[in-house]
Design a protein around this ligand. Structure first.
Ligand code: BMA
Length: 380
C-alpha cells in the first residue's frame, strides 16, 4: 500500500514538474507582434526563434515553379535536383496581383502559385512573400520613383483609394492560401522591401521617414485589423545600411514588425568584401533583433550565375557562421535572359560548377533544408 502511495505521489510530482516546464517554455516563447496571431503563426514564430539559435533555414525564390531549363514540372526544384532535398523556405512574389493579372510579374500563374504554396506548407516548410506592386500613384512599375508617390497614397491622399483597393485584392489572395488541413497558411510577409535603396517607389529617395512609417503602419493595420488577417508575420527589409541607427531610421515600430532583415548580393569577384560586409550587417541585425525580442533573417542574397565554385562554403557560410539568422534566401533561377545575353539564377542546378560545394553547404550542421525542418513540426 505504502509503496503504491509513494509511486502515485511520484507520478503526480513528475506531472507537475512537466506542466511547470511546459509553462516556462510557453512563457519564454517568442511572440508575434499581432496579439491575435493564429496558433500556426505563433508556433512558426517561436519555432523560427528557437531553431535560429543553432540553424539557418535555406530558402529559394520561385523554387517549385521553374528552374534553369525547365518550367512547371510537378515536384521539380533545382535545389532538390542537386541535394535530393527541397529548400526549407519558399519565396514568392505577388507583383501584378494588384492589376488582376492572372500571372505575376515573372510569369507565374497566381492559381499555380497558390498550389505551390500549399505544397510547401503541407510539407511543413516556411513561406515568405514579397510584392513588387506597381506604383499606385501613376500605375507605372515598382521601379518608378516619381516624387510624392507615397504621400499621394496615404489616408487623405489623392490616390489612397487605389492603394486600398489593391490591399483588398492582396488580402483576398492571402486569405485564399490554405493548407490541406484547412488552416490559413502563415506568411512571412515582406512588403516594401529594400526600403533603404533608391529604385522602388517606396525607397528613401521618394519619401520621408515619417511618410514611410505612416505607409507601413496603415498597411499592417489595414490587413490585420480591418481585413482580419492574423496569419501574417511582418518582415522589415532594408538594402544597404551603415549602422544600427541607419537600419532603424525608417523602422515603423515593434508593434508592427516581427522580423528584421536586409538584402545584399555579391557583385564582382571580391568574395571577401561581400562575405565580411554581409557578416557585419547580419551581426548588427541579430543584436537588434535580440534586444527587441524579434527574429533576424538574410531575406535575399546571391551571386548571379554563381561564377565561384566554392561560393557557398567560402563566402555565404562564413557570413552566417554561428549567428542566429533564422533563414537565408537566394533569388530565382530564371535561366538564360536573351535580351541581356546572360544567365540569371542564384541557386545551382544539376551539373552547375558550384554543385559539389552546395552539397557541402547542405550538409553543414548549421544549414537546414526541408527534410530536417519537417521533423521539427514548426506549425504545431
Ligand atoms: C529581379 C529580377 C527580375 C524580376 C524581379 C522580381 O531581381 O529577378 O527579373 O522580375 O527580381 O522578381
Amino acid at each position: 500500500m505504502a509503496q503504491t502511495g509513494n509511486k502515485q505521489s511520484n507520478s503526480i510530482k513528475l506531472l507537475l514538474t512537466g506542466a511547470m516546464l511546459l509553462c516556462i517554455v510557453l512563457l519564454q516563447a517568442q511572440k508575434p507582434s499581432d496579439p491575435l496571431a493564429t496558433p500556426e503563426a505563433r508556433h512558426l514564430y517561436a519555432g523560427l526563434d528557437r531553431l535560429s539559435k543553432a540553424h539557418t533555414l535555406f530558402g529559394h525564390q520561385d523554387a517549385l515553379a521553374y528552374g534553369v531549363g525547365w518550367k512547371r514540372i510537378g515536384g521539380n526544384s533545382d535545389v532538390k535536383n542537386v541535394t535530393g532535398d527541397y529548400p526549407a523556405v519558399y519565396g514568392w512574389d505577388l507583383g501584378l496581383l494588384e492589376l488582376d493579372s492572372s500571372r505575376n510579374l515573372d510569369g507565374i500563374p497566381f492559381s499555380l502559385m497558390r498550389d505551390y504554396i500549399r505544397q510547401g506548407y503541407d510539407r511543413e516548410a516556411v513561406i515568405t512573400i514579397s510584392w513588387h506592386l506597381r506604383n499606385p500613384f501613376n500605375l507605372e512599375s515598382a521601379w518608378d520613383t516619381a516624387a510624392g508617390s507615397v504621400r499621394a497614397i496615404l489616408p487623405g491622399g489623392a490616390k489612397h483609394e487605389v492603394y486600398r483597393n489593391w490591399l483588398d485584392k492582396l488580402a483576398n489572395y492571402l486569405q485564399s492560401l490554405k493548407g490541406s488541413n484547412g488552416r490559413s497558411i502563415p506568411i512571412l510577409f515582406r512588403p516594401f522591401h529594400e526600403l533603404t535603396g533608391n529604385w522602388f517607389w517606396w525607397c528613401r529617395n521618394v519619401c520621408t521617414p515619417e511618410e514611410f512609417i505612416a505607409l507601413w503602419r496603415f498597411t499592417v493595420q489595414y490587413l490585420r485589423d480591418a481585413k482580419g488577417l492574423h496569419q501574417l508575420l511582418f518582415v522589415y527589409n532594408t538594402a544597404e545600411f551603415k549602422d544600427d541607427a541607419d537600419f532603424l531610421l525608417r523602422y515603423p515600430g515593434d508593434d508592427v514588425v516581427d522580423v528584421l532583415s536586409f538584402d545584399m548580393y555579391q557583385h564582382g569577384d571580391n568574395r571577401a568584401a561581400f562575405s565580411n560586409e554581409a557578416r557585419r550587417r547580419l551581426a548588427i541585425i541579430c543584436k537588434l533583433a535580440a534586444d527587441k525580442k524579434k527574429i533576424a533573417a538574410f531575406a535575399e542574397t546571391g551571386y548571379e550565375a554563381i561564377p565561384d565554385a566554392t561560393w557557398w562554403t567560402e563566402a555565404l557560410l562564413p557570413a552566417l557562421r554561428g549567428l542566429p539568422v533564422a533563414w537565408v534566401l537566394v533569388w530565382r533561377n530564371h535561366g538564360y535572359m536573351p535580351k541581356e545575353k546572360k544567365m540569371h539564377h542564384y541557386a545551382p542546378y544539376k551539373g552547375h560548377p558550384s554543385s559539389t560545394d552546395f552539397i557541402k553547404f547542405y550538409n553543414d550542421p548549421q544549414m537546414m533544408f526541408e527534410r530536417k525542418l519537417r521533423a521539427q513540426h514548426i506549425y504545431r
